[in-house]
Each structure stands twice: as structure tokens, then as C-alpha cells.
Design a protein around this ligand. Structure first.
Ligand SMILES: C[S@@+](CC[C@H](N)C(=O)[O-])C[C@H]1O[C@@H](n2cnc3c(N)ncnc32)[C@H](O)[C@@H]1O
Length: 218
């Protein structure tokens, strides 16, 4: 299966799973703690949030930002996010991030649990889009699953692109891209692309990164 087909299946999964998406946030203490740690991250100014999902992070970003532009492809998750976050400084955009180009620059580009869904072959383009979306002195801030989170997933071993199998409540199964980034390795990859990056393991299974693009670093 090529990446285009896998990415379509990934979108189909999130559209079908929107109503169950928030369950882990209600059930998992570590996710609630992670959400509470947003205050320690360098979120400021006009913020672009990639793959905002049901808006779990959007309200916390809005509380620290001048504005938040939150983008997601799935109208199903966006409608939950719109109901959850009714702040006047938040705007939602429905778009496929593999086709969408930011119309302006932002002080912060934030993405939670999105980087792991970007196929490795698309990472250089992804980082260059994030870099181009940042204003001078802007910062990318990201949160994701690290390697230990693989224990909670049905990892597929027969795919050219790292992927897991996810099931929705009606029993249907979908393949989604899932790259469990190691903090040191990711720091090294970003450094090789010219970024100034600090990616750390957080809690039992998360990674949190703060990075400045080549033009901003140094
Ligand atoms: C793991 S969720 C993360 C949601 C939210 N950031 C969070 O941490 O709770 C991944 C999100 O990516 C969105 N998504 C999947 N493919 C996408 C694409 N091609 N463009 C934009 N969003 C996409 C899904 O709809 C889903 O909301």
C-alpha cells in the first residue's frame, strides 16, 4: 500500500472515530497531566495548531495566545472542537495538511499527536512547511507518543511505512501511519535539517519538543 492510500485510510479512521476520540483523555491520568503541562511550554502570540482534533489542546493554547488558528481535515472532530472551544480568539480551518499551505506566518506552530502520523518520506517537506509558517523568532512546539507507547498499539509489521491498526466502536479496522519517535533520534534528524531542537522524553511514554527552524536558529 502506498502512502497516499494509507493517508486516506488514516483520515477515514479519524472521521469514523471522532465520537470516541476523547475517551483516552477521560481515562488516562498521564494524558491529563500532559495537558496540564502546556503552561510550561513556550506558546505565545499568534498560534497555528496542526491537526487540532476535538480541541483537547486548543483551549489551553488560546489561554496563552493572541490568536489560535486550528486546522484539521475531519469535519467530525472539528465540530466537537468548535463546541468545546468557543473563544473569540480561536478560528478553525478544515483542510488536508498534506495539501494546505499556511496563508501567513505564526509565532508558534503547535502539534500534538500529529508528527507520529506523518510518513517518514514526507518529514523533510513537513518540517520545511512548519519552518515556512513560522515568523522570525517563531517556535515549533510538539507533543507525541514515544517508543514506549508502541506497547499500547497493534503494530503492523508488514507495511513499508510504519503503521498500526486501529479499531472503531463498530468493529471496523483502519491502518494509520504511526512513527514512535525517539527523542534523541528526532533531535538528531531536526539538527541535520538545520533546526535548533530540544526533544525530551516526558512521563512514561511521551516526547515533547521545542524547535526553531534554520533561519531562526543561532
Ligand atoms: C491523533 S489525532 C490528534 C488530535 C489532537 N491534536 C490531540 O492531540 O488530541 C490526529 C488528528 O489528525 C487529523 N488528521 C488526520 N489526517 C489529517 C490530514 N491529512 N490533514 C489534517 N488533519 C488530519 C485527524 O482528523 C485527527 O484529528
Amino acid at each position: 500500500m502506498d502512502d497516499d492510500a494509507l493517508l486516506k485510510e488514516q483520515i477515514a479512521y479519524y472521521r469514523a472515530h471522532a465520537s470516541g476520540y476523547d475517551r483516552p483523555y477521560a481515562e488516562r491520568e498521564d494524558l491529563r497531566e500532559l495537558l496540564g503541562a502546556v503552561g510550561e511550554l513556550p506558546i505565545a502570540g499568534d498560534v497555528l495548531e496542526l491537526a487540532c482534533g476535538t480541541g483537547q489542546w486548543t483551549g489551553a493554547l488560546a489561554a496563552r495566545a493572541r490568536s489560535v488558528t486550528a486546522v484539521d481535515v475531519a469535519e467530525e472532530t472539528l465540530s466537537i472542537a468548535r463546541a468545546r472551544v468557543a473563544s473569540p480568539n480561536v478560528g478553525f480551518v478544515q483542510a488536508d495538511l498534506f495539501a494546505w499551505q499556511p496563508p501567513r506566518r505564526y509565532d508558534t506552530v503547535f502539534f500534538a499527536f500529529w508528527l507520529s502520523h506523518v510518513p517518514p518520506s514526507r518529514l523533510p517537506d513537513f518540517w520545511s512547511t512548519v519552518g515556512a509558517a513560522l515568523a522570525p523568532h517563531g517556535t515549533a512546539v510538539f507533543i507525541d507518543d514515544g517508543p514506549r507507547a508502541a506497547a499500547r498499539e497493534e503494530v503492523l509489521t508488514d507495511q513499508p511505512t510504519p503503521a498500526v491498526l486501529r479499531r472503531v466502536d463498530d468493529g471496523s479496522a483502519y491502518r494509520v501511519v504511526k512513527v514512535f519517535h525517539d527523542a534523541d533520534e528526532l533531535t538528531g534528524r531536526l539538527t541535520a535539517l538545520g533546526w535548533s531542537a530540544d526533544v525530551r522524553p516526558v512521563g512514561d511514554s511521551f516526547v515533547v519538543g521545542v524547535a526553531e527552524p534554520p533561519a531562526n536558529a543561532g
